[in-house]
Write a protein that binds this ligand. Structure first.
Ligand code: F6P
Ligand code: MG
Length: 473
């Protein structure tokens, strides 16, 4: 069911796949070991501590196998139905070695294998080795969170009072709406620049620089494919045609912390502007690619916003304290919390996990591997896929020519699928499609662009694509 175009391999020295396997993954596993080590140190129950230590040994063994280019071993059965499929595919792929395996399969396998250690334990089920990192990075996004909360509240209050519309023609209003839609979408798009699996190379200061409104304006020209207008047209058309009907927008989530915060900013805006009547969020069932959202991360985010003052001023691990929020800042964050919780209570903001999202396969497989998910997505006006991994899965992380149309590269999710797909992705991997002829060469020619050897420009999260496919037309 997958496309014939070959995938990127960890053995290809010119691909980010090889950098990932050699440099990033060992650092990520080391981080997981450090986290667990710390938690084990805080545990008083002896049996639990002992079991925790044996999970640390399993993690160390995994790191050893990766660094010594051993074969990937079949996953232990933790009772979930996806294990058989991971193992069957491993066999079909000839039980490859870590440094000569399709990147996408190996990276999914890595996180799934870590999950088995916890799922098969007695005391550590559901433990997430990335939680500490996720929450502390969200905290360090404080300046951008406060800026956005203030902007959002101002807009919501303006919309409520009808002030923005005074004396304006229908055309002006439409133009203003379109601009606002683009602004909200760009906020949501660039929120993806800050996933934690790349944190092995970014500092917190870098993150803050990536998140403010200045940064966003400066980055507009870095959106090298931009189908936002087409997306706005369909949303607006749906609002006209189904004025009083259900109009759902789905967001296949990517990262926790700042990114899900901006996803909710966009979702809240779509609901308030009447461009959608419900938003369905799709998180991951298990800790995934370091920072991806699990249902618990969603509730942790909301909990941190109930009392923003307490959250932001609590000392961190090192004992460092932070200045208090002003009354207005705390009220702005609280406003968001109240609105989002209300939407959640009213059934307009729904969280819907599905085990398919943490399988190893690309989204070309959805129609036959998860037909009920496929049918469910057809009910939506627009399905927004956030982030790099979702984009790699839509396109099977394959070595497409960069001029391949997006609609071709997403196969069964494209034309005639009955699903409208919109991908928001800051580029952090080699696969990119839908570019005009000559664009890849231009970008390769820039400083650090990679030249003839590699598509390095596409690895850093500095460039973005917003690609649309109208599968319902
Ligand atoms: O390119 C680095 C990387 O970790 C990839 O392995 C993965 O596709 C991606 O980043 C995760 O990014 P995102 O959170 O945007 O999906
Ligand atoms: Mg992610």
């Amino acid at each position: 069911f997958d496309p014939k175009t070959p995938q990127y391999l960890t053995s290809d020295p010119s691909s980010f796949a090889s950098v990932s396997a050699n440099e990033r993954w060992p650092v990520i596993i080391t981080g997981a070991i450090d986290d667990l080590h710390r938690t084990v140190g805080e545990v008083t129950d002896e049996e639990k501590a002992k079991e925790g230590k044996s999970i640390i040994e399993n993690l160390a063994k995994l790191k050893y196998e990766l660094q010594h280019d051993r074969q990937l071993t079949p996953l232990d059965d933790d009772g979930e139905s996806d294990i058989a499929s991971y193992n069957k595919e491993l066999e079909q792929r000839g039980t490859p070695h870590w440094h000569n395996v399709p990147w996408l399969y190996a990276e999914c396998y890595l996180y799934r294998r870590i999950e088995t250690f916890f799922a098969l334990s007695k005391h550590w089920k559901g433990y997430d080795v990335f939680t500490r990192q996720k929450m502390s990075t969200f905290k360090s996004s404080r300046p951008a969170v406060l800026e956005l909360a203030a902007r959002y509240r101002e807009l919501a209050q303006e919309a409520e009072s009808g002030k923005g519309a005074d004396g304006k023609s229908a055309e002006d209003i439409e133009q203003a709406e379109k601009l606002l839609f683009s602004e909200m979408c760009e906020i949501c798009l660039w929120g993806n620049a800050t996933d934690l699996s790349l944190l092995t190379s970014l500092t917190y200061e870098d993150i803050q620089k990536l998140q403010g409104s200045q940064a966003r304006k400066a980055s507009q020209s870095n959106i090298i494919v931009n189908d936002l207008d087409a997306a706005f047209q369909v949303m607006q058309k749906a609002r006209k045609e189904k004025k009083d009907g259900e109009r759902r927008v789905d967001i296949v989530l990517d990262n926790s912390g700042f990114e899900i915060f901006v996803d909710l900013i966009l979702g809240g805006y779509l609901l308030s502007a009447g461009l959608a009547t419900s938003i369905v969020l799709h998180p991951k069932r298990l800790p995934w690619f370091v920072s991806d959202v699990t249902p618990k991360d969603f509730s942790d985010l909301l909990n941190s916003m109930v009392d923003p003052q307490a959250f932001y001023t609590a000392p961190d691990d090192t004992g460092k304290t932070y200045p208090a929020l002003s009354e207005k800042e705390a009220a702005d964050v609280r406003f968001l919390f109240d609105q989002w919780s209300q939407f959640h209570q009213d059934g307009k903001l729904i969280v819907r996990p599905h085990s398919f999202w943490t399988t190893q396969g690309c989204y070309w497989r959805i129609p036959h591997e998860a037909p009920e998910l496929f049918d469910d997505l057809k009910e939506s006006e627009l399905v927004l896929f956030k982030g790099d991994l979702n984009y790699r899965k839509l396109t099977n992380d394959a070595q497409w020519d960069t001029t391949t149309p997006f609609t071709t590269a997403i196969g069964p999710m494209g034309p005639k699928s009955g699903i409208r797909v919109l991908a928001f992705r800051t580029c952090k991997a080699d696969t990119v499609v839908g570019l005009p002829a000559g664009e890849d060469e231009r970008l390769r020619g820039l400083p650090n662009g990679g030249g003839d050897e590699a598509r390095k420009w596409a690895w850093s999260g500095k460039w973005a694509v917003v690609s649309f496919s109208d599968g319902k037309a």
